[in-house]
Every structure is written in structure tokens, then in C-alpha cells.
Design a protein around this ligand. Sequence first.
Ligand code: KG4
Ligand code: ZN
Length: 340
Amino acid sequence: MNHQAITVLAIESSCDETALAIYHSERGLLSNCLYSQIKLHNEFGGVVPELASREHVLKVLPLLREALADAKLSLQDLSLLAYTAGPGLISAVMVGAFWAKSLAYALNIPSIGVHHMEGHLLAPMLCENKPTYPFLALLVSGGHTLLASVKAFAEYEILGESLDDAAGEAFDKTAKLLGLSYPGGPELAKIAEMGDSQQYAFPRPMCDRPGLDFSFSGLKTSVLQTVKKTDAMNSEIKADIAASFQQAVVETLFKKCQRAIKQTGFNRLVVAGGVSANLCLREYFTEFEQHGVEVFYPDLEFCTDNAAMIAYAGCQRFLAGQKDDLSLNVRPRWPLDEGV
Ligand code: KG4
Ligand code: ZN
């Protein structure tokens, strides 16, 4: 175990956000900078990997200057570089990984590759109300949906995951069907506020079968059929479809968490990843509190992709004794429980 105080600079570049953050092992988060590429990808209705990586290259240095200025530090004050090593769009991951490795080499300090989903899982640790181990984790992002038993830091066992679309992906694809702009999740949630969630009886996929896996592609198809059957689509109908879809996703996630809590006996639940920003989900999940299960979320700014969570995870890994060599291991796919 390493006990010295360290200052970590982290970069997150696995998708369409270029993010840099500085985290101090004792003082906490010192800066958290982010450039969102949403505008760039908007006209294509989704992320274009080649454009994403080029934009990461362009934004990384301005963000570095900003991150150092916010933290009132210089490059010489850094003691560790952390970067997202996967899973993600590999050309985009590589930009951050190469950059972090090179800068660490030039500064003669170590660097650590972080699992993007471990970052999400640990994001609530950056907040005031932190969970203690062990806990159940529901990770709901654009690329992944999974339930994991977290016995201690870095001890993860995957209990269930999505067999097809991730929850965020289902939000995005359904939003597209409704003619909403990318990234559709937050847009869909916004119009759902005006809708009636009982108007359409969409399926609660895989809830009638045992097990903890998820499947969201059938739900999306069910929405597609409803949209096709609707002759005069208007904003009211759209809001009802959005609210009914959102309710189906939230209830499905709730049901699986309930099952996993029963199975593990844990009384703490962490919900993280982009979809954990969904307010309907947060409201519905308050039900757990009535059953003695405490639910923890990241603050809204740490739900979607950010570098603060990567800095925190990198810091913990370094303090736990992880040493990466100079080789560059980046992975487009990387099961969370497979280790480093
Ligand atoms: O974790 P994240 O930023 O990126 C990945 O690692 O994939 O998650 C992004 C996903 C997107 O699919 C986005 O639509 C969804 O999270 N999302 C939401 C909300 N905010 C973001 N989905 C539903 N409601 C929201 N408020
Ligand atoms: Zn993410």
C-alpha cells in the first residue's frame, strides 16, 4: 500500500467528450474540465468515431491548460497520469492513452490505464454521500448495462448484463424514432415529463424470467411498431410514448435490482453511468429506501462521461500498488471483472 499524497491528472476520451481532471488523494478534486462534441456529431445523428478522435486531438491541450489553471498547478506538480484504456471507441481511446503515456514518460512519472466502467462505478465516491463497501452496482450507460457485486475496491463480479442494447442506447434509439436530436436520452426524458406513462403498455423485457440479464432491443421495436401505427403523430402522443417507454425501462431496471439485492443480501445500491442522471429513475428508486436499501448516485455532473471519475479510479489503483509498464494496452471491449 502506497501512503504518499499524490496528484493525478486524468484524461477521458472513450467517446464524444474530451475531458481532463486533476484529483489530489487528500484534497480531492482540484479541477474538472470537459469539452462536449455533441454539436459536431449532431448532424449525423450519432457519434462518428473518426471525427471524435480528431476532435480529441484538437481539444486536449487547451483543456490541459484550463485544468492546470483551475487547480493552480503546473505540470511539475503532477505525480500520476490516468487515462481511460477502454472499453470504448478504440481510435478515440487511443488518443487519450497515447497522450497520457507520452506526457507521463516526458515528466518521468507513472501512468495507469483505467477501465471506463470502473470509473463510472466509483463516481459516487467523489460526492458527499459516499457508499461503503460492499454494495450492489447498477451501471447504466450508453454502451453498457450491468449489475455487479462489489465486495471491495477492484473486486467485481458481474451478476447480469444486457444481451443487446444498453439502457442508454435504448433511450437514444427511441428518441431518434420520435425525431428527437442526438444524444436522445436527456431529450426523451424532457418530453416524457409532459406525458402519461400509463398510456402505452410497453413490455418489461426479461422480467418474467429468472436471472439478472437485460434486453432492451425488443422494447425499442415495440415503440417502433407503435410509432408506425400512429397516423397523426403530435407532440402530445410523443410525450406519452416517451413517458411510457421511460417507465418501462425504469421498472425493468428496478425489478432486476430488487432481484439482485435479494440474491446478494446487500443493503447498499450504487446506480451510475449516464442514465443514472434520469430523474424518473431516481424518483422510482426511492422505493428501495422503504425496504432498508440505501441508494447512492453520482452528482449529476459525474453521471455522464467525465475525467474526474477516471482520476479517482486511477488514484485508488495506484495507491493499491498497481504499476503499469510502458506498453500501451487499449481495449475496445473489456469485461469489468477481467481485471487489468
Ligand atoms: O455514461 P455515458 O455518458 O456514456 C457511456 O459510457 O456510454 O452515458 C451516456 C448515455 C446516453 O445514452 C444518454 O442518452 C444517456 O446516457 N443519458 C440519459 C440521461 N442523461 C444521459 N438517459 C436518460 N435520461 C437522462 N437524463
Ligand atoms: Zn461512460
